[in-house]
Design a protein around this ligand. Sequence first.
Ligand code: G3I
Length: 669
Amino acid sequence: MMQYIRQRLPSSATRTTLCALCAISITLLSACSSSNDDSANETSAGTNPNGTTDAGGNTDDIGNTDTGGNTDAGGTSTDSLAELPNPPLSEPPSENDEPIAEDANLSSISEFQVVRDPGPRIPVVLAPTLTQADFDAGPLPAVVITPSDVDPNTNAPPFFENLTDVEAVAGEQLEIIYKPVDPDGDVPGMFPEELPPGASFDDNFDGSKTYRWQPLQNNVGINEFTVTAIDPLNSQYRTVRTIRIKVELPEDLSTIPNVAPTLEEFPLHTVRENDLIVLELKGIDLNGTTPSLELVSELPNASFVQHPRFEETYTLQFTASTTGLLNIDILARDSIDSSLTSVNSVVLSVLPSADFAREGVRLKELAAARNIQFGYASLQEFYHRPDGGIYAATAADEFNLVTPENSMKMDQVNPLPGRYQFADIDNLLSFAQFNSMEVHGHPVLWHRQLPDWIQDAAPESIEGHMREYIVRLMSRYETSINLWDVVNEPIGDNGGFRSSVWFDAIGESYIDIAYRQARQTAPDATLLLNDFDISFNGPKADTLFTMLDGMIDRNVPIDGVGFQMHVFSDFDQFDEVRANFQSVADRDLDIYITELDVALSDGATFQQQADVYKNIVEICLEQSRCKAIQTWGVSDQYSFRRIFNPLLFDRQYMAKPAYSAVQEALSTQ
Ligand code: G3I
């Protein structure tokens, strides 16, 4: 049995979180380099949807750098396209990439044949978050969080004695005693961050606590464990320490106990009675094996099958015929010792169909009467989610234009050279066709969600790869998708061109080349340039108009601008939106509001949110070149800004005041 007490510093993410805890100073004790500084660079006002949404000040979370200054948008460009690479730089799609029929008991859709990508899953290899080098760097210093009303000279912070990093072997029972000390004499409080499965943090009732953990095969590598001590006189005065625990396999693997498997946590979902429900459940075995799952509960006409592509996943499909809270018991069985099992519960909230009924006229019908489309961004594989039924019904009732939120991103479509995944896009097209919706292609080119292979490609090959990808994606859907975000977010946060694989390798002309290639591939499609923070005055809008003018001067084929409009409920720059829309119209281009969501600012009301939606809809209606309004999702449940509840429907698919406000705005001539 080992007894250790150690000290360390939390990850930068923890530091950032802690920094947000209170208006306080952060002291990194001992050897912390200034390079750990988490200070964010200012971005333009508004919301940077690529990073955390900002109330001013958060920076883009993907470290965008841009060329700065007002580079002449568009730069030089050729009036005609060179031949595509021959032979191709990478294999084009083949029949091996064609999606195949999915078993009917794997999805919540019965109206048309759902398809799935063939072949094995492409392994998502996540780089280890901590490496041996991190461990060898030695224990990290503590972080002391000092509120502005505390003087450390008169009230010293609590600290942990003798905390260092730990080395262990899988199967060993670790016992690490934490005894916080306060120089002023009182006993500090203490709490741990997230405990790994099976671990405990037990009170010894003498001011100390013992961390008990038995690492197993799944924990081999460098692990972290964080504990915070709380000053007895001021609960915001804290000392945060994390130890690193290196776990290795023992020479004799039989010394590692075989523990019972469990079920991956499955959050509570709201579903609608009489919908076809699909649960994709995964077993977890800390010994690194794959357990089998068995349905214990009696569910009428249910099917429960192991997924044909993903061995750790079992799909339960049944019809929710009774309302209320539904507990479903699932048994997980060890793959080595079948007597080792656990029974786990999954809970669903089944609501009566009547709860989802809405008054008034559907948004798509109201919009059509005003000669615009009303659309949304579709959750990836919504038909494999428990609430896929109510999700699809709400979308089909209210919208007639749909954008794939993530299914068409390059790392999903073309994850490896010569490997393509079209199934989710094809399913969305089937859903759209079945429900008389148009599909908005998004994105063709973006700086995010790019597969490693394109990021690692030789710069001189990027233009060829880019053009091949444009042709392969857009030609597959040439007759089914007539609206495309050809280049998404080309403008840097401070104006100028955003750094990307495309810009960095090709230069400014990548935009011209992309639109020329898009027009050549899909001559009848509407080609948009889509970006955020361009609907109000600022460096991005300035660059937009410079870029558009350059493209127009060079006869680059572009048909319109997508204004994403990820805003907050305190947004009030409506006159600037009108003016920028008019500036686009003055260039004989169309306007699409492509990703509208209105995040609730601190303390804001749903009515304030509704007012912003109403204003933006009215601005579109008064602008004849405004062709569509799309919200970036259906319900708050799956919004990428979920914590801000930004959409028209809440997490239980109930219409919010914003929905009624949009109805009213669309109805008012
Ligand atoms: O699919 C993987 C899943 O296998 C994995 O388990 C999970 C956890 O790592 O990640 C999943 O991928 C996530 C993906 O959304 C699908 O949920 C990515 O990590 C996550 O980064 C991605 O976020 C999307 C983001 O674009 C980046 O692509 C958001 O959902 C999506 O709303 C957002 O949409 C963008 C528009 O395309 C462009 N305009 C801005 C807008 C907001 O950033």
